[in-house]
Design a binder for this molecule. Sequence first.
Ligand code: PLP
Length: 407
Amino acid sequence: MDVGKIRRDFTVLNREIGGKLPIYFDSACQTLRPKPVIDAMTEYYESFPSCAGRSVHKLATEVSLRCDAARSRVADFFDAESPTEIAFLKNTTEGLNTVIFGMGLKKGDEIVTTDYEHNSVHVPVVQLTKTVGVRHRMVESATDGTFDLERFEKAMNKKVRLVDMCLTSNVSGYTLPAREVVEIAHSYGAKVLFDAAQAAPSMRIDVRQLGVDFMAASAHKMCGPSGVGVFYARAEISDRLTPLMFGGHGVTDTDYASFKLLPAPERFETGLQNYSGIVGTGAALDYLSAIGMDAIREHEISLNKRMTRALVDVPGVSVIRPRDPNVRGGIFSFNIEGLSAHDIAMILDNSNNIMMRSGMHCCHTYFHSRGIDGCARASLYIYNEAGEVDVFTEAVSDLAAKFGKSS
Ligand SMILES: Cc1ncc(COP(=O)(O)O)c(C=O)c1O
């Protein structure tokens, strides 16, 4: 993987901010966008700025063709059986909500999650427990921070209709054993929804091989534009989901008293869509595919190993488990005793232009249940390089030595 060449595609990495180049370690929040993606989006606005699936003129036809091509690109990327299994939504959150509220779950039905879900899973599930009386079961993590398959199996029963889990944690970077989860869930007759917001940018996901029923991810974490979610719903069951929104384009026909919904994916794509975003998403997946998902994963882990090796034994620095960087992809979450996570992030931004996220990362339950106030998170991606990791580890070691409680 030629990181130097990749970096040249990201204008922002090559512009000094306050006299120094930025070190962007916040890709788990949002990745940067390469020039080909920006060009594809600009091309939409300059060359065919119309809407898809409605008018029959030439510009509209061009948009329809480009959006169809982008849908096929996403389907190929995740190895879906058909492009009709892919809907373009706003983000991961919308895909997750579409399943959680669209399955028609009733009082007494059960949903099983991990105990480290992002609020985009946790909050809609809790809402459903309140409004409908669905029961929410959580699988407690093992002490080393990994997913406990035995506990999962114990949580399962025939009332579980949905297993809704974060494939890769945005706090620890840990990826659960997806194939086993699907097998166990299906053996109880439950459907599986994977929150792939963090997994999709960093590993190869083959939905058919996994056998997963539904999956949601966000283009903005995959070098794509903001405001586009990719949503997978397996063909045989996608039309059983009720959409979150109703209106134009999602229906085949209406009369004064009723309407007929279109089949998936159109039923989920109500109203005029983010066409430049959809076209840009296709370009982003082309970009990632040209690098190769296995190469991306390998690159992230190699940087994470370097980071972990340099910091794991520094007095006062604690790493969010699991400790092994081989199972944490590109995420290194940590604390320095005596400093708040926001202090760490602000100081490193001021001193070295190191940009990362701090706080509870939309995972309040993770931190409350473990008695931690939050953490700082460095998240690595295709454009990061070893030299940046070294600047970071030196700065964190200095910080721990000068201001940490154990110094
Ligand atoms: C694991 C996980 N799930 C869900 C989301 C929500 O994604 P979005 O804000 O794109 O809907 C995020 C965002 O950071 C995430 O990391």
